[in-house]
Design a protein around this ligand. Structure first.
Ligand code: EPU
Length: 424
């Protein structure tokens, strides 16, 4: 059992290079199953989630070779269609295996996906989409059995009660690229990670129109080809470090992304926080972030892109605790994504909970404490709180953070953080 010790309260400064995007990379690894030729992926982040996904496609028959630290060669010459129950069940993105295997094999057996416990995470929109393409589906012992005589193009919306589904959109795209006829996806997810998947598939020979918009039109083709592709930077990692800079940065330089990309990919964050520009400035493609001395309280509702991302909701809550006044944070996508509030209160934060929302009364002086991470992004936010708090903080459940932040503690140490990973 591992845990991390942090001594907080110091100003941090230095450079932090942003790694490749977990949520762009995972569906793209699944999409390599759609061709028997070799795909080469660069800027693949070194995470437990990506290792799991690579293990799963290796189990399915792909030849997976590491070329360099963040570069992999993947060749799915022969592919079987039954995903390994144990590891696929642990990873939310394993749901994307359904679309890829249906596209390649017209059948798939995939466990009900796992992933961070953010409240209800149904896959009804995914399954409904496949059914409209002629897929028959049955569920048995936590496994989903999907098969189709032939996969035909369809027209449907991927909008759910809480906005468009990201992996649902990815799934339908991957099932459609080798289907007969044309598929039109209305209310498609416009997340930048879906854009990366589409660009990857276009390089493989797919015909997709409307990339980046809410209407995608996909013309099914007979064959897809190998290609070489670089995964986009991880905007959620960048957002986490930007918020860290606003909390305790003497001056943190966020590098490894392009200004034009990050301004667009994180517009939800930049637009939501008042006076952000007073504490962030660009020098070419480096974003310099400093401590937000006087920031007014804010009111935020998480929304699908281009709204404020739910994956930065716990992190922005820590910032709200350091702002004089009352901020309001509502998660419209995962209304139950507030398990971290009990842990935040141990630092001394003053938070009132409502259904699907919280009021954060600042400014409170945070004291180091002992806390438990419950999911990836809340785990990252506990590090931000520990670095802001005075005294020592112990964080258990740090394995969650290893799922989605590459070399997180190394990057924090490079900024001057006093932080140590321990074995219990
Ligand atoms: N939903 C349905 N039915 C479905 C699918 C989704 O009702 O069939 C609902 C969900 O319950 C939720 C909303 O739609 O209320 C959005 O869920 P979505 O399907 O978009 O989430 P996801 O695809 O399961 C991805 C990311 C999450 C991120 C969400 C929202 C990956 C691997 N995961 O999850 O990332 O929070 O989109 O943007 O892409 C993270 O990286 O920490 C993380 C949780």
């Amino acid at each position: 059992m591992q845990y991390t010790k942090i001594v907080g309260g110091n100003g941090l400064e230095g450079e932090v290079p942003i790694s490749g995007s977990k949520n762009a990379c995972l569906p793209i690894i699944a999409a390599t199953l759609l061709t028997h030729e070799t795909c080469i992926l660069h800027n693949v982040p070194d995470l437990t989630d990506t290792s799991h996904m690579l293990e799963i496609i290796r189990y399915l028959g792909s030849k997976v070779q590491r070329l360099e630290k963040n570069s992999w060669s993947i060749t799915a010459q022969q592919v079987n269609y039954q995903a390994p129950r144990e590891s696929a069940g642990r990873l939310r993105a394993s749901v994307c295996l359904m679309g890829a295997l249906l596209g390649r094999k017209k059948q798939a057996i995939v466990p009900i996906p796992g992933g961070c416990n953010l409240g209800a995470r149904p896959i009804d929109l995914h399954l409904r989409a496949f059914e409209t393409m002629g897929v028959t589906i049955k569920m048995q012992e936590e496994q989903v059995y999907l098969s189709a005589k032939n996969l035909r193009g369809t027209t449907l919306s991927m909008e759910g009660p809480r906005g468009s589904t990201v992996t649902g959109t990815a799934n339908l795209i991957m099932a459609a690229v080798l289907a007969e006829g044309i598929t039109t996806i209305q209310q498609a997810s416009k997340e930048p990670e879906i854009g990366d998947l589409c660009h990857f598939l276009v390089q493989m020979g797919t015909k997709i129109h409307g990339i980046g918009t809410e209407t995608l039109t996909i013309e099914g083709v007979d064959t897809l080809y190998g290609t070489e592709f670089t995964i986009q930077p991880d905007r959620m990692e960048a957002g986490t470090f930007i918020i860290l800079g606003l909390l305790c940065g003497n001056s943190i330089a966020v590098t490894g992304t392009q200004r034009i990309f990050l301004q667009s990919a994180l517009c939800g964050l930049f637009d939501a926080i008042p006076h952000m520009g007073e504490y962030c400035h660009w020098e070419n493609d480096t974003l310099h972030v400093s401590h937000a001395e006087k920031m007014p309280p804010f009111s935020i509702q998480t929304r699908p892109y281009p709204g404020f991302p739910t994956d930065l909701q716990p992190q922005i809550t820590v910032l709200a605790s350091q702002i004089v006044g009352t901020s309001y944070i509502c998660d419209t996508i995962f209304p139950e994504r507030f398990a971290h509030v009990t842990e935040f209160k141990k630092f001394g934060m003053h938070i009132e909970q409502r259904t699907g929302a919280i009021y954060v009364h600042g400014r409170t002086k945070l004291q180091g404490t002992s806390v438990q991470a419950m999911d990836l992004r809340a785990g990252g936010a506990l590090y931000l709180a520990g670095l802001t708090a005075h005294g020592e903080t112990t964080i258990r459940g740090v394995e969650y953070v290893d799922r989605g932040y590459e070399h997180f503690e190394t990057k924090l140490r490079a900024l001057g953080a006093t932080i140590e990973r321990m074995e219990a």
